[in-house]
Write a protein that binds this ligand. Structure first.
Ligand code: FE2
Length: 386
């Protein structure tokens, strides 16, 4: 496993030993969802999650086959896209997978070079480098497939001054619920099927130059009923982190199997959105109707001081308040983190969200896995899919 070279805040320089420099990534650009009804999804993300109206493309802007709403909250940009006719790859995607993530777009200096470097290392082409222009300049985009039907799009926007992308117009709305304090995407997790973990990890290493910097096996991640394996992939500067999950054998069906069954293949399991005040953010989200997993038992909260170890005195939050909101706490050598998981945000038990506040810790809440998965399994049992 790769080692971190130095203990610094994530900047542009390389911080992971072994990461390759052929694909410099500046950050996440946007995440595009293919959904059954973009207009209504946009309303949900605005009302429930505090996203702001940002850009729009559809019949009024000259498109014939689709409508896209772009939403923004601080650095997070989501596109919700829906097909306007049945004969459409977007419609096919929704028919097979339900609402889900199609594109994880990565911001690069040079999209042509990113495309060339990754395809020459074996990436499957989704979209050849394409230049899009309007009066505000030009954007170059190129795409490759990752797991399942999910795509990484490289976005070069250094010669563009417009709101979002050529073809989109600014979206002004009279309905503007306040943001809830979500800042940026901390990580995005992919679920893959049986025996697909290692090929996926190898793909990120070889094609994208990423490193595997954390791994959890089924002995670490299991409950009485089910198990899974997880490996965290990062690019060189640590800005992009993609944990990958694979189911493992257990007595009953793991949540990863349930996902694969209902998504009908590999895909994005959750987006972790960062806040710097999780109590305020989660309080707001709950008041606006976002559903979270039920809280772990009392014993979990009694154990928090022990779990925090040396960071115990550093914790500013009141444990009772965390418990009231069912927020989870974990710690590693460098600090602690606070996190909570929503229920799936569509009818299929597939994609959900994590809200995370890092107080120095760089892990993914491994200390919470058991409590979390038991909570998910109680939900699975209600669905009859455990
Ligand atoms: Fe996560």
């Amino acid at each position: 496993m790769a080692k971190e070279i130095k203990n610094v805040e994530y900047g542009l320089e390389k911080i992971f030993e072994g990461a390759q420099d052929f694909l410099p990534l500046l950050g996440t650009d946007y995440v595009e969802f293919y959904v059954g009804n973009a207009k209504q999804s946009a309303h949900y993300y605005k009302t429930a999650f505090g996203f702001q109206s940002f850009a729009y493309a559809g019949l009024e802007t000259g498109l014939k086959d689709r409508t896209s709403y772009v939403l923004k909250q601080d650095k997070i940009k989501l596109i919700l896209t829906t097909a306007l006719k049945s004969d459409s790859p977007i419609g096919e995607h929704v028919k097979k997978h339900g609402d889900g993530v199609k594109v994880i777009a990565l911001w690069v200096e040079d999209a042509r070079k990113a495309f060339e470097e990754t395809t020459k290392r074996g990436a499957k082409v989704y979209m050849e480098p394409t230049v899009e222009k309007d009066e505000n300049g030009e954007v170059v985009r190129a795409g490759i497939y990752t797991y399942g039907e999910t795509v990484h799009m490289f976005v070069e926007r250094k010669n563009y001054k417009g709101t979002f992308l050529p073809g989109f117009r600014e979206w002004k709305s009279d309905y503007n619920p306040t943001p809830v304090g979500l800042k940026f995407i901390d990580h995005m997790v992919g679920n893959v099927g049986w025996n697909q973990m290692n090929p996926t990890v190898k793909w990120y290493e070889e094609v994208m130059g990423f490193v595997n910097f954390l791994s959890f096996d089924d002995k670490q991640i299991h409950t009485e009923y089910s198990a899974l394996m997880s490996k965290v992939m990062s690019n060189g500067n640590g800005r992009i982190k993609f944990p990958i999950n694979e189911p493992a054998k257990g007595n009953k069906k793991s949540q990863i199997e349930e996902y694969i069954e209902f998504y009908e293949g590999a895909g994005v399991q959750h987006l972790a959105l960062a806040t710097d005040d999780i109590i305020k953010t989660v309080g707001e989200l709950k008041a606006r109707g976002v559903e979270f997993l039920p809280p772990p038992p009392q014993a979990y909260y009694d154990d928090i001081p022990k779990r925090l170890g040396v960071h115990k005195d550093m914790m500013k939050e009141d444990i009772k308040e965390l418990q009231k909101l069912s927020i989870l706490v974990d710690a590693d050598e460098e600090g602690y983190l606070l996190q909570i998981f929503t229920k799936p945000v569509e009818d299929r038990p597939t994609l959900f969200y994590e809200i995370i506040q890092r107080m120095g810790a760089k892990g993914f809440g491994a200390g919470n896995f058991k409590a979390l998965f038991e909570s998910i399994e109680r939900e699975q049992a209600l669905r009859g899919t455990l």
